[in-house]
Write a protein that binds this ligand. Structure first.
Ligand SMILES: [Zn+2]
Length: 606
């Protein structure tokens, strides 16, 4: 179904897709007046600065300035998909049937490459799974995974598979199933230099699914015994459907269990994650081929929410070696900054979950999860191993490291509690700890000017003077523009932003298309769009809009009059004593004009 989604269909989706119900699927919203507030899904925060205004079909975050003017924009940003994909997703959800045109707005062009690639990968995971479970060629692969205690149930659940020895088989097979050559080129499954050759040969295959359960990538593990030259894992590359930093292995299987249990377990790789699932601990996920990212954390926020604690909860299960410890520390800081409660799982009697499962069985692994300790307690233990904390130098270095954790905490109460614990654990005086902590804070602040601050000050540079106030009020209630264009024209505006905004409004007005969303769509200055949205959604202009517009117009007109008067006074001074009748005449008319302005100014003062 190629083509362009028609404008009418897009409007129909905009009308049908209620922004409050769409946003509510991702964010817990509280109603205040006619608007809704919640914690922003686009940046980490604990106090609600995410604002949804149903009347305007708009959302805006006062923290990170994310904003948009329909449920389509929101879904697009949330799911990281294109505009047409978001339209199709919402159309399905709200039962709107879409009409497609042969041509139209380029932004509305539907590209089905993603769907086609998902079909291809889904088909492939089915085929590899069949080859593993139903054919003789995969005996070694099957024997290997059985030796790791993996049951038939788990093979079925994770759709494990086997890629055959013959590297040229897959391409021929897929072409015979009428997948296009063009699509196979985009799939990432074949060698760049030898496009007929599959990346995987004689490997145990672990398919990677997105959170909706579509296969988007493949990981192939070598089957032991194998010679040293072989890479242990080969992964399919990133494609339009697979981004490592957004994808979490097994999220499709774990998301329900996460919501039920109110926490997520994150581990280092697919094999660890599989071991947890084997042990019946089904809320575990893993990053694949990359470290644990901000994007992963934001994604988990939605599923790993603890109703009891009122915030998301994560258990970290990384290796206990040096690299694993560093990864754990980084993940603790990132998760705390995003408002998570964090616990750390310490494995007993083995280096990773699958070893423990094999050696001691599921109960031991379950006990390890149940005995997970709070991140601050984990840090006290690991810091006292890492530094010689019986010396003043060691104590200082341990404390400095711990201060990074304190910085990542969300509330002053949490910070104070943890600093108190630090005093107890390392036998330090409260005074000394507090002094070092605040000195360090100051030093860090001096050293690192926050990049975000720059955008803040840029935003403040656009002064919300009477010009912009009047225009923002018109954005909030576009029926007021009539009044404004009768009284003012574009030349009276001093600020370039205001002038720009007025011109956009005048054009839209003449095309009979003046609305809050059309203004924002036509405004190219994104910072100005942020300011408009911030102003309009703040509700500052929702009452007495007409009065704000009138007052601002009056102020601008006054300013205009003062400027005209200055101009006239300059001319009068320049004229000096008139020596010709023409000059006398000019002086006379200038004086008359000045008197007129004076009386207008006086009237304006009242
Ligand atoms: Zn935000």
């Amino acid at each position: 179904m190629a083509g362009f989604i028609s404008q009418e269909s897009i409007d129909a989706v905009k009308d049908a897709a209620d922004i409050v119900s769409v946003v509510s699927e991702y964010v817990k919203l509280d109603k205040r007046g006619s608007d809704y507030w919640g914690c922003c899904p686009f940046h980490g925060e604990k106090t609600a600065s995410f604002h949804v205004v149903p009347d305007r079909n708009a959302y805006y975050c006062f923290g990170c300035h994310a904003g948009g003017f329909s449920a389509i924009n929101f879904v697009q940003e949330m799911e990281k998909i294109s505009f047409p994909e978001a339209v199709e997703l919402l159309a399905k959800k709200f039962g709107v049937s879409l009409r497609y045109d042969d041509k139209g707005n380029e932004d509305y062009k539907v590209d089905h490459t993603k769907d086609d690639l998902k079909n291809l990968y889904n088909r492939l995971s089915g085929t590899f799974n069949y080859l593993l479970t139903q054919t003789k060629g995969a005996d070694r692969a099957l024997k290997y995974i059985k030796s790791r205690g993996i049951t038939d149930d788990i093979i079925e659940k994770f759709k494990f598979g086997y890629a055959p020895q013959d590297k040229y088989w897959l391409k021929k097979f897929l072409l015979s199933k009428s997948f296009s050559k063009d699509l196979l080129d985009k799939s990432g499954l074949f060698s760049k230099n030898y496009p007929d050759m599959c990346l995987f040969s004689d490997r145990f295959m672990i398919p990677i699914f997105d959170e909706r359960g579509d296969c988007v990538a493949m990981s192939g593990r070598v089957i032991p015994p194998a010679d040293e030259s072989q890479r242990k894992y080969i992964n399919s590359p990133e494609t339009v459907i697979y981004s490592k930093k957004h994808t979490l292995f097994a999220l499709n299987l774990a998301k329900r269990s996460m919501s039920e249990k109110g926490f997520a377990i994150i581990c280092e790789g697919p094999m660890d994650c599989i071991a947890y699932h084997q042990a019946g601990i089904t809320n575990a996920v893993a990053s694949c081929g990359t470290s644990f990212t901000e994007e992963h954390i934001q994604k988990l926020k939605r599923f790993a929410y603890s109703k009891e604690l009122g915030n998301p909860v994560i258990y970290l299960s990384f290796d206990s070696d040096g690299a694993g410890k560093t990864a754990t520390f980084k993940a603790i800081l990132a998760c705390r900054k995003a408002g998570f409660t964090v616990k750390v799982i310490r494995l007993t009697g083995g280096k990773d979950p699958s070893e423990i499962l094999l050696k001691y069985g599921p109960d031991t692994l379950t006990a390890d999860v149940n005995n997970a300790i709070l991140d601050s307690d984990y840090l006290f233990v690991s810091l006292s191993h890492e530094y010689p904390v019986d010396t003043p130098e060691g104590k200082t270095r341990a404390a400095m490291s711990f201060f990074q954790y304190v910085d990542a905490l969300q509330t002053d109460i949490q910070k104070e509690t943890c600093l108190d614990q630090l005093c107890q654990k390392f036998n330090l005086s409260r005074q000394a700890v507090l002094r070092d902590y605040s000195n360090r804070e100051a030093a860090v602040k001096r050293l690192q000017p926050r990049p975000e601050k720059n955008t803040e000050s840029n935003l403040q540079n656009i002064k919300k003077d009477s010009e912009l106030r009047a225009l923002f009020a018109v954005c909030a209630d576009t029926s007021q523009f009539n009044l404004m264009r009768r009284e003012l024209n574009e030349d009276v505006f001093e600020s370039s932003q205001a002038k720009q905004l007025f011109i956009i409004m005048e054009e839209l007005y003449q095309n009979n298309n003046l609305s809050f969303s059309s203004i924002c769509e036509h405004c190219e200055d994104q910072k100005l769009v942020q300011l408009i949205t911030e102003g309009v959604t703040s509700g500052e202009y929702s009452a007495n809009t007409e009065k704000i517009v009138q007052d601002s117009i009056a102020l601008i007109r006054q300013r205009e009059l003062v400027r005209q008067k200055e101009y006239i006074l300059n001319r009068i001074t320049g004229l000096g004593n008139p020596s010709t009748p023409e000059q006398a005449e000019e002086l006379n008319s200038l004086l008359k004009e000045k008197m007129k302005i004076d009386s207008l100014l006086k009237a304006g003062d009242k």
